[in-house]
Design a protein around this ligand. Structure first.
Ligand code: BGC
Length: 749
């Protein structure tokens, strides 16, 4: 009797804690409760095979990032209702056909959810995410995600594998192009903006698609910047830096998470129960579902954590991975694993509940053919309104890195302009990597943009000059002769659009091939030279920065790249972008980021050799985080603090005036950083805590103020509790992380 009472007690405790794990963080609405009842009803009718089917995701024929499976078996599975989701099925007609297979043949008639990597636009392509983050314009970022969702949904897509919210401090890592850069605070805001754009106010709204925060977690911290490589970081760094944008994604209501290829502390993320069960679903209370990365369940065999795919399936399912992307390990092994008691059926039920929940939230049970309307697809893609937004978003993303002697802006009636470089007229490169259904033919190149922008009397000369790669300088001669005939030379150089992205790590992040040599030769003509950089990552451009009068960082700006760059070149738009990532001086400095620690021997001068510094290069980056020039100049006043003694429960106002002291109207990104001088654990030398993007007319001043609360000063203290500690702080406000006014205050209980 006593034992059975104990058993009952333990059972209740487990049942309570497992359902509590899902529900106690979130207050369910009546609609949520109705959905849960419908899921209960479905689950009670489904066979084990049908349930496991909802945990399978297969690829269609579209853009794949791995080997595509034979289709025959997949079609049989679709008909049986053994597939929960398809990815890479392109076009409303195809998604409709495939949905029909399920709806007309399967017993339970549970609609598929169609996923695709809609990363920076679907057909109308916006700047690569890293570039877009340089705009510091959260509304524009949200709008571009919204447009991407509208176009993708019109083409039958319900779910995007975006945003990538991985913090990246290593530009060798090719996927740095897909995120918002190095800062957890800014990265969190960008993550939220993108999720709000994709998902809209409600997943039920027309044009909303489910977002996916990826890659959970710390994928951007791959050792030596080599994609898929090992990650080994402290729990504190994991939580404080890498998990913060994921937490923000959750707060923004993201529907799904994708785990990552890497291991952390000896456990691959796909089988990492601490990350998924304990942290994401437990502590954070996430109610959506978690999808593996492409074949990442199978790859646990290579990691050496599972002896075969079956064991990998067991580890992944027990760790809380709800859907298997393309390993087919769940399809092949979960039934027998459940029968053998190695995976509990309740684990399957919980995973399926999460998948079904998102399908209900999307309204797929009301209309399985939601978004599968080919007529709508035609009317939405590349609409004039979308193109306009793409141009506006693109010009906001351009960063002016150098502008000696006001080389820029150029006059539209310049007599002769030479446009030179392998990227000057390359349509496909304009849209960059991960560009969904974007096509080069729809993109405007720099040459085309310049042609449209200049006056009818301007003479435009164009030649490639050299290739992006390769060591031939045979075509330099033509370029030099064109430069000699011109009043100004605009050179588009950098990486090709596909040199960054997945599996595109580089050990040398210089400008490839002979491009810099070409610039050297062109400079010898004595003509003013403007460099337009195109690249998906920070590059080491010391020589350029030291020798060329003007440099524009244009990333890969998307469908409207050429028009947007021309807007900036000719002063129709005053550049306002700021780097969301540090540009190193040399590869040897990597990883490099502004919010580093001070060390016990910080460099204070060039005399003492026994301090933390290099003997051959500076410690400082070439361009710091937050850097970006304008055609005008801004003057910052000293900072005023509402108090120098802030109480934990109170707030502090930091105010200043920024004056436009130059000749043109312009926008400035005013950035606020703090430093916690003494903590129970060491703190970074600077941490971004706020920014304002403000338009200031020439000659005018704007008063700017920021409010700091103790929650803004919180961090993971010695015992890993997230809170602020009393003590002394510095506050900095400036035009970039390295050029700030500062003041001090203390925080008291
Ligand atoms: C990438 C993911 C992507 C998936 C599907 C993987 O290789 O890591 O980011 O969403 O492929 O295309």
């Amino acid at each position: 009797m006593r034992t059975s009472v104990i058993y009952l007690f333990v059972f209740c405790l487990i049942a309570f804690s497992s359902c509590n794990q899902e529900s106690n963080k979130v207050k369910l609405t009546n609609e949520d409760k109705t959905i849960e009842k419908k899921i209960d009803d479905l689950l009670s009718k489904m066979t084990l095979e049908e349930k496991i089917g909802q945990m399978n995701q297969y690829t269609g024929n579209g853009a794949a990032t791995g080997p595509i499976k034979a289709r025959e078996k997949d079609i049989e599975d679709l008909k049986k209702g053994y597939v929960g989701s398809m990815l890479n099925v392109i076009g409303a007609e195809n998604t409709r056909e495939m949905q029909k297979l399920v709806m007309e043949n399967s017993r339970m008639k549970i609609p598929l959810i169609f996923g695709l990597d809609v990363i920076h636009g679907y057909k109308t392509i916006f700047p690569i995410p890293l570039g877009e983050a340089a705009s510091w314009d959260l509304d524009a970022i949200e709008q571009s995600a919204r447009i991407a969702a509208i176009e993708a949904s019109a083409a039958g897509i319900h779910w995007t594998f975006a945003p990538m919210v991985d913090i990246a401090r290593d530009p060798r890592w090719g996927r740095i192009m897909e995120g918002a850069g190095e800062d957890p605070y800014y990265g969190s805001l960008v993550a939220k903006a993108r999720i709000h754009g994709f998902q809209g106010k409600s997943l039920k709204d027309d044009g909303s698609i489910v977002a996916c925060a990826k890659h959970f977690a710390a994928y951007g911290c791959a050792e030596a910047g080599r994609d898929y490589n090992t990650v080994d970081i402290s729990n504190r760094v994991l939580h404080e830096i890498y998990l913060r944008p994921f937490k923000a994604a959750l707060e923004a209501g993201v529907g799904t998470f994708m785990n990552s290829f890497n291991e952390i502390d000896g456990t691959p993320a796909t089988g990492n129960s601490y990350l998924v069960q304990e942290t994401l679903k437990g502590e954070w209370g996430f109610r959506g579902f978690v999808v593996s990365d492409w074949n990442s369940i199978g790859e646990m065999v290579n990691h050496g954590i599972a002896k075969d795919k079956g064991e990998a399936a067991m580890i992944a399912a027990n760790a809380g991975n709800d859907m298997d992307m393309e390993t087919s390990a769940y399809r092949d092994s979960l039934v027998s694993l459940v029968k053998a008691g190695k995976v509990k059926e309740i684990t399957i039920d919980k995973a399926v509940r999460r998948v079904l929940r998102i399908k209900f939230q999307l309204g797929l049970f009301d209309d399985p053919y939601k978004y599968c309307h080919p007529e709508k697809e035609k009317s939405q893609l590349l609409s004039p309104e979308h193109i306009k937004a793409a141009r506006e978003g693109a010009r906001k993303s351009i960063v002016l890195l150098k502008n000696e002697n006001n080389t820029l802006p150029l006059k539209i009636d310049v007599r002769t302009i030479a446009v030179i470089g392998p990227l000057a007229d390359s349509k496909i490169d304009m849209i960059g990597g991960w560009s969904a259904q974007g096509e080069g033919k729809d993109a405007v190149t720099l040459l085309e943009g310049i042609k449209t922008a200049v006056s009818s009397t301007t003479n435009i000369l164009y030649t490639k000059g050299c290739d992006i790669w390769g060591d031939s300088s045979n075509t330099f001669k033509v370029a030099i002769s064109l430069a000699k005939q011109a009043d100004v030379v605009v050179m588009a150089i950098g990486e090709s659009g596909t040199m960054s992205g997945e599996a595109r790590s580089r050990a040398n992040i210089n400008i490839p091939g002979k491009q810099e040599d070409l610039v050297r030769e062109i400079l010898k003509t004595g003509k003013p030279v403007v460099i337009v950089l195109m690249n998906g990552r920070p590059l080491t451009i010391n020589w350029l920065a030291g020798n060329v009068p003007a440099i524009l960082e244009s990333w890969f700006l998307g469908s409207q790249a050429g028009n947007a760059i021309a807007d900036v070149l000719f002063g129709k738009y005053n550049p306002s972008g700021k780097l969301p990532v540090t540009f190193p001086y040399a590869v040897g400095q990597i990883p490099i980021y502004y919010n580093h620690k001070n060390t016990g021997r910080p460099k204070v001068d060039n005399i003492n050799p026994y301090c933390s510094k290099y003997t051959d290069i500076p410690n400082e980056p070439l361009f710091p985080f937050g850097f970006g020039l304008s055609y005008t100049t801004f003057e910052y006043s000293t900072l005023k603090l509402s108090t120098n003694q802030m109480k934990m429960k109170d707030s502090l106002t930091v105010s200043l005036t920024v004056k436009n002291t130059g000749q043109s109207d312009g926008e400035e990104v005013v950035q606020l950083y703090i430093r916690d001088l003494v903590g129970s654990v060491t703190r970074p030398v600077k941490e971004l805590k706020g920014f304002r993007k403000v338009m200031i007319k020439t000659g005018e001043s704007k008063d700017i103020s920021f409010t700091l609360k103790s929650s803004d000063l919180a961090f993971y203290t010695k015992d890993m509790s997230f809170k602020a500690e009393s003590g002394d702080f510095k506050v900095f406000v400036g035009t970039n992380s390295d050029d700030c006014k500062e003041a001090s205050f203390s925080l008291t209980e």
